[in-house]
Design a binder for this molecule. Sequence first.
Ligand SMILES: Cc1cc2nc3c(=O)[nH]c(=O)nc-3n(C[C@H](O)[C@H](O)[C@H](O)COP(=O)(O)O)c2cc1C
Length: 180
Amino acid sequence: MEKYGLFEGINEVIGITAGEWLNTAPLGIIVGDGIKVRLYSNHTRNLLEKSGELFINVIYDPVVFVISAFEDLHEGWFESTEPPVIKNTLAWVKFSARMEGNFAHLEFIQGEVLRKDIRAINRGFNAVIEAAVHGTRYLLSRNPELRDRILYYGRIVERCGGKREKEAFDLLLGYTGIRV
Ligand SMILES: Cc1cc2nc3c(=O)[nH]c(=O)nc-3n(C[C@H](O)[C@H](O)[C@H](O)COP(=O)(O)O)c2cc1C
């Protein structure tokens, strides 16, 4: 799996499931003894249960993570729909998927590395990802502690991020209804 950028531990990627439309959602692909993903009740899980398939895109774009956390990317975001590939994706993989409890067990079918990108770690990017995780939970609970955490990550985005991270965080504030 390393060839496609997936290493031991949890790999944050964009999961794509096909139904009447292409459904996109950030997912954490867990690589250990096997490959699996924990799925809450969402569109991804419903579609995957029907199709038995999951596509993933490995991509660095923070805006793509935020938009797909809160809605689906429209067709203009894709450079290909068969297989589904979001613009600037580094690698895509197609898995067969079988649900067992709350986990989908994944088996590699096919994949392709499209680009290689060299990039230092940016704390602003990481902070957008953390804020997006809390943001999806905040929408469900409106827990003020989560709001505070999101704003904490926002300060890191402000200090360490580039334009794209700041744009992504701003979108996140809009989706979550948090404005300061
Ligand atoms: C970085 C990140 C990782 C996530 N990982 C998962 C995951 O592993 N499983 C899951 O069910 N939801 C995960 N989520 C939340 C879903 O992406 C979110 O609930 C999304 O709205 C589901 O979309 P859907 O209903 O179109 O499937 C994650 C969110 C973020 C921002």
